[in-house]
Design a protein around this ligand. Structure first.
Ligand code: ADP
Ligand code: ASP
Ligand code: MG
Length: 413
């Protein structure tokens, strides 16, 4: 018997009718003889609504309570789906993340899974049930408090469970047909990819392609879980994410990702002496803020500016440690820029093809987009641009590398 893990995202379970359609699909997998585990997200915009309600009560809700609140969304979905399956004569049991053995560290809002003890899930499967697990949540090993895995975290619940259960496949059902060469909501003629390597998908996700949470891809790569990203509204094949060596097509570029969730901070007039950068970034590391790009300018008169990007929501924590430190080291000031976006070009073929960055910068310059920061890895080039120009930048780069689906492009002409 094959073990199949299926994950349904928020839009896929967006209302009661969609939930019933998901139940039909799950019933089909169960009746087809698979041991089926289903991970569900909160319905539609439930998570946003819960965040908003808390924000209307408090500017800084206690993070323990916020986490418990947010897990409620997925619990509604899991029980409704179990009810819909029972209605179809399919035995089903739902479990919270904690009941399913998703053990995490204690970092509220972006906890990491440290262990999975899926005894109850396995027991219920062996009894012949479909098992439904609430996504996006776990329980802290140390504090025993309920945690959440960060936005988009149900993907990670699904892939981690697939790894722990030795599942044959992890299917991520979503509201698009698979992973595209760019966000199909911005680039209408973006092409669906048949296969993406873990490494490329890691870069795409880390650079803002929200179709898979980055940690889910990490789990997939570390435990060799094949991930099939596909639409919950059709039965067409989607995109497989797996090891580089299984890739058939050898494209140089996989796609363009963009991210509008970051801000840029600049510490001005920092004394250009050894140890200063270390002090700044050690202090930031203690606050659990994820720093992304870092640029240190050329110094003049013994002083320099250090800029870095960080998630916009983490600005208060970053400022709380940077402001006193800036005073201590006699820096001239701190400036925050919210009006930025990051555009990244990703592709394993870059390793062996020179000139990719030059072509990307050329495309941006022709489109009149100014580049504020640059960073690269062996398979990625990222630039920071003004947020107002992000769509223009994505379209220009997508176009320069001929990533469009010719058929879709012709149809829309
Ligand atoms: P779910 O609720 O199913 O988890 P998400 O909204 O988290 O869905 O992820 C799917 C969305 O990801 C798509 O609707 C699409 O707008 C966005 N997206 C961004 N980049 C890409 C990409 N390269 N390929 C496919 N989808 C992408
Ligand atoms: N409901 C959570 C979110 O909106 C988790 C998820 O959907 O993956 O981020
Ligand atoms: Mg998602």
């Amino acid at each position: 018997m094959a073990i199949v893990v299926q994950k349904y995202g928020g839009t896929s379970v967006g209302d009661v009718d969609r939930m019933k359609r998901v139940a039909d699909r799950v019933a089909r997998s169960h009746r087809g003889g698979n041991q089926t585990v289903v991970v569900v997200s909160a319905m539609g915009k439930t998570t946003d609504e819960l965040v908003d309600m808390a924000a209307r009560i408090s500017e800084q809700p206690p993070e323990r309570e916020l986490d418990i609140l947010l897990t409620a969304g997925e619990r509604i979905s899991m029980s409704l789906l179990a009810i819909a399956l029972a209605e179809r004569g399919v035995p089903a049991k739902s479990f919270t993340g904690s009941q399913a053995g998703i053990i995490t560290d204690a970092v509220h809002g972006k906890a990491r899974i440290v262990d999975i003890t899926p005894g109850r899930v396995q027991g219920a499967l062996e009894e012949g049930n479909v098992v439904i697990v609430a996504g996006f949540q776990g329980v802290s090993q140390d504090t025993k408090d309920i945690t959440t895995l960060g936005r988009g975290g149900s993907d990670t619940t699904a892939v981690a469970l697939a790894a722990a259960l030795g599942a044959d496949v992890c299917e991520i059902y979503t509201d698009v047909d698979g992973v595209f060469t760019a966000d199909p909501r911005i680039v209408h003629d973006a092409r669906k990819l048949d296969y993406v390597s873990y490494e490329e998908m890691l870069e795409m996700s880390a650079q803002g392609a929200g179709v898979l949470q980055v940690r889910s891809v990490e789990f997939g790569r570390n435990h060799d879980v094949r991930i099939h990203v596909r639409s919950s509204f059709s039965y067409t094949a989607g995109t497989w994410v797996g090891p580089e060596e299984d890739k058939v097509e050898d494209a140089i570029i996989s796609g363009v990702a963009h991210d509008t969730s970051e801000a840029k901070m600049t510490v001005h007039g920092v004394p250009d002496t050894p140890g200063v950068a270390s002090r700044l970034f050690s202090a930031l590391a203690q606050t659990n803020v994820n720093i992304d790009m870092i640029v240190q300018n050329v110094s003049s008169d013994g002083r320099t500016d250090i800029s870095f990007t960080l998630p916009r929501g983490d600005q208060p924590q970053a400022l709380s440690v940077l402001e006193p430190l800036a005073n201590e080291i006699h820096a001239e000031g701190i400036n925050v820029d919210d009006n930025i976006a990051k555009v990244s070009l990703v592709g394993a073929g870059m390793k062996t093809h020179p000139g990719v960055a030059a072509k990307m910068f050329g495309a941006l310059s022709t489109a009149g987009v100014n580049i504020e920061m640059i960073s690269t890895s062996t398979i990625r080039v990222s630039v920071v641009v003004s947020k107002d120009q992000v769509e223009q930048a994505v379209l220009a780069v997508h176009d320069a590398f001929d990533l469009a689906d010719e058929q879709v492009a012709q149809e829309s002409n």
